[in-house]
Write a protein that binds this ligand. Structure first.
Ligand SMILES: Cc1cc2nc3c(=O)[nH]c(=O)nc-3n(C[C@H](O)[C@H](O)[C@H](O)COP(=O)(O)O)c2cc1C
Length: 191
C-alpha cells in the first residue's frame, strides 16, 4: 500500500527557509517509501486567489487532487505580523473544494505543522493559528508542531539544517505525520 503525503508551504523567496524546513520534514515523512509531493513557494505564488475566475477555471486543481488522495499532510507557514502569511492561507482556502467529499477537507489525515519566524512569539502564535485551521478542517494535527526561529545560516546552501534544535523538531513532525498517515491508511509499519 502506498502512503501519500502532501507538503504545502514556503514563501515567494527563492531560498525560503520555510520551504527548506518543509522539505526537511517531508524527507523524514518519505523516508520509508511514502510518496511525497511538495507544493512550495513557487507553486503557491502562482495560485490565483481562491474563488477568482482563474480558480473557477481550474487553477489549483493539482493541489486539491493531491490532498484528496493524501493520507498525511505537512503545512509550513511563516509568521507574518504574528500569524500565517496570505500566500499559505490562500492555498489552504483551496481545500474548501474538498468540502463535499466523502472525507471532507482534512478529515482522516494526519497533519504536521511548521511555523517559522524571526522571533519565538510569532512562531508560537503562527503554530496556534495553523492548529486552529486544521481543526476547522477536521484534520488531525500531530502532537509535535515545529516552531523554527529563522536566520541567515540556519540552512546550508544545499539545504542541510545546521541547528540541532530545528532539525530534531522537523524530523519528529515528519515522522509523526508518516505514523499517523499509516494508521489512517490501515497499514502497519515501523514506528
Ligand atoms: C510581511 C512580513 C511580516 C513579518 N512579521 C513577522 C513577525 O510578526 N514576527 C516575526 O518574528 N517575524 C516576522 N517576519 C519574518 C518572517 O517570519 C520570516 O521572514 C520567515 O520566518 C522566513 O521567511 P522565508 O521562508 O522567506 O525565509 C515577517 C516577515 C515579513 C515579510
Amino acid at each position: 500500500m502506498t502512503i501519500r503525503i502532501v507538503a504545502i508551504g514556503g514563501t515567494v523567496n527563492p531560498g525560503s527557509t520555510t520551504e527548506q524546513a518543509l522539505r526537511l520534514a517531508a524527507a523524514s515523512a518519505g523516508a520509508d517509501g511514502a510518496e511525497v509531493q511538495v507544493f512550495g513557494g513557487a507553486y503557491l505564488s502562482g495560485l490565483a486567489h481562491y474563488g477568482s475566475e482563474a480558480h473557477q477555471k481550474g487553477d489549483g486543481g493539482e493541489l486539491v487532487e493531491a490532498v484528496r488522495a493524501a493520507d498525511g499532510v505537512l503545512i509550513a507557514a511563516p509568521g507574518y505580523h504574528g500569524t500565517i502569511s496570505g500566500l499559505v492561507k490562500n492555498a489552504l482556502d483551496y481545500l474548501e473544494d474538498l468540502s463535499k467529499d466523502e472525507r471532507p477537507y482534512l478529515d482522516g489525515r494526519s497533519v504536521g505543522l511548521i511555523a517559522t519566524a524571526y522571533g519565538d512569539q510569532a512562531t508560537m502564535s503562527t503554530l496556534q493559528t495553523l492548529r486552529a485551521i486544521v481543526h476547522a478542517l477536521r484534520g488531525w494535527p500531530t502532537p509535535m508542531g515545529a516552531t523554527i526561529r529563522t536566520y541567515h545560516g540556519l540552512f546550508s546552501p544545499d539545504g542541510e539544517c545546521l541547528e540541532d534544535r530545528a532539525r530534531m523538531q522537523l524530523e519528529m513532525v515528519g515522522n509523526q505525520v508518516l505514523r499517523g498517515a499509516r494508521a489512517f491508511a490501515g497499514a502497519a509499519g515501523p514506528q
